[in-house]
Design a protein around this ligand. Structure first.
Ligand SMILES: *Cc1c(COP(=O)(O)O)cnc(C)c1O
Length: 497
């Protein structure tokens, strides 16, 4: 397997190189030049394996410069039972009316980011070795809340790495903030940025493309890398759980082998849903990919209004903060795939986005996009009603992000009449967004944020995940807040870690 940048496909690199560097020097994202196909034998093997074995098989198809033994060892560590609460790593729960919830939040930080970020440190340190890299990798992360903590948990005290997380100061939930600012480890730093997630993400991209900064770091034996979903090493592990969910659906008799499913994903940076698209290209029978957004509906408009991507619109802070994003980075990869690798086109669309805040794809490309995707959005009030209805009708507790997807799916099903069984990605534990979930259920909100966990347990009888309960009484270690214009000055902090 070879990888190229979405903006210049003339230079081919290995998977290890793409993972070690995170982003291409031209600002593009690394993509495979072909999609490996899952054979009938692969499907048979997949069905017989547990999650760790399934993930190792899928990754082996994509990361051909890693041996089967290496990948089996990494998935055994990343998805160890003690990290995922001993439960199924990514269980599927049927709710009727076509809804199959793929619960991706049983890992150490209680959001789906763990599925990739428990793997990435293994992939990244091996990639540094494989590419002959001797410098220390400095992982820079822009987070809308969940990536930050999951990356800190994955990388803390990992030899040969340092990690710095930037989060929007008023753009994360109190629980998310507490999770990040109490992170332990010698090689970690957490910085709040005045602005929203897009400001944080753009500022981090500025560090990556600043030649002077890179040269200064290089002189100190440091190199930059990324744990955001722009890094192929983040995306590849996410492909596995869609394939695994399909195996589970076949095993439970919910679908027959070979029959199609839909996948509905609460979407922000477009990484998770893109992983489902790639699974489809590898042979997972997918009918429609349904992209669910909150009130920040830039993607809904793109898919439903003629392929115009226009980020020039109000930014809303919602009860699903991990989806409060107007620049969905991984859409760039979809454009690259669907234009048959037209790097010039992608480079010009991304230049237009940077300059004018908008671009439009042509009719032929838009038709291809519509063949695979549908989309919808949902405001906070509707998400809250969905949480309440699921609880009252099914006794199923879901978080605010997942609720957006459930509503958008129900809306899609009513609108189209499509009865295809649908995997809905459940991306966070409801306890991570306790206040909003309690409020949706009509519970009382008179306590501070960590105590809300007990209130939600008292109200529902559902126990809070242990890693969140353990936050009570922890003291924050990090309180630095900087303006986005000053982000380059924070790079110096890396030297002292
Ligand atoms: C990150 C996140 C999302 C959005 O995922 P993308 O891959 O950025 O589209 C949705 N829900 C939760 C809980 C998240 O943490």
């Amino acid at each position: 397997m070879e990888y190229v940048s979405t903006r210049d496909s003339s230079r081919k690199v290995s998977a290890a190189y793409a993972i070690a560097h995170g982003i291409a020097p031209d600002g593009g994202l690394y993509c495979p030049t072909t999609f490996p196909a899952l054979t009938a034998d692969d499907w048979q093997a997949l069905q017989a394996r547990d999650y760790k074995g399934r993930a190792a098989l899928i990754l082996g198809k994509l990361l051909t410069d890693f041996s089967a033994e290496e990948l089996a060892a990494y998935t055994a560590k990343a998805y160890a039972d003690e990290k995922f609460g001993g439960a199924d790593t990514a269980p599927v729960v049927a709710l009727g009316e076509g809804r199959h919830m793929l619960e991706l939040w049983h890992g150490p930080t209680c959001a789906f980011k763990d599925m990739a970020l428990q793997m990435l440190p293994h992939l990244l340190t091996a990639s540094l070795r494989k590419t002959g890299e001797t410098r220390t990798a400095c992982i820079l992360v822009a987070t809308s809340g969940d990536t930050g903590k999951a990356a800190l948990d994955g990388f803390h005290d990992v030899d040969g790495t340092k990690i710095m997380v930037y989060y929007p100061v008023d753009g994360v939930s109190p629980m998310q903030k507490l999770q990040m600012t109490t992170q332990e480890g010698k090689n970690v730093e957490v910085v709040a940025i005045r602005g929203n997630f897009d400001d944080a993400q753009s500022a981090v991209k500025r560090i990556f493309t600043d030649e002077q900064t890179r040269a200064a770091l290089d002189a100190d034996g440091l190199m930059l890398s990324s744990a955001n979903s722009i890094n192929w090493g983040r995306l590849a592990p996410q492909i596995a759980y869609y394939v695994s969910a399909y195996c589970d659906l076949v095993a439970s008799g919910a679908v027959e082998m070979g029959a199609p499913i839909n996948v509905c994903v609460p979407t922000g940076n477009f990484g998770n849903i893109l992983a489902a698209y790639i699974a489809g290209q590898m042979g997972l029978p997918v009918h429609k990919l349904i992209c669910a957004s909150n009130r920040n509906d830039v993607l809904t408009d793109f898919f439903r209004k003629g392929g115009v991507y226009d980020k020039d619109r109000p930014f809303y802070a919602t009860t699903s903060p991990s989806m409060d994003i107007l620049i969905s980075s991984n859409l760039e990869r979809l454009l690259f795939f669907l234009s048959d690798g037209d790097d010039r086109l992608v480079a010009s669309l991304m230049a237009a986005l940077a300059q004018d805040g908008r671009y439009q794809v042509d009719d032929a490309l838009f038709a291809k996009i519509c063949a695979s995707f549908d989309a919808g959005c949902c405001d906070d009030e509707t998400a809250a009603q969905t949480i309440r209805a699921l609880w009252e009708q099914q006794h199923y507790l879901c978080d605010t992000h997942t609720a957006v997807a459930v509503h958008v799916y129900e809306d899609y099903r009513a609108r189209t009449g499509d009865q295809t069984p649908t995997v809905i990605a459940s991306t966070a534990s409801p306890f991570k967004f306790c206040r909003a979930v309690l409020e949706a259920l009509g519970g009382t909100l008179d306590k501070d944020d960590v105590s809300q966990l007990d209130a939600l347990t008292a109200f529902t009888g559902v126990a809070a995940p242990a890693p969140l309960a353990a936050l009570a009484g922890k003291t924050p270690r990090f309180d630095r807040v900087v303006d986005k214009e000053d982000i380059l000055s924070t790079v110096a902090l890396l030297r002292d870690l």
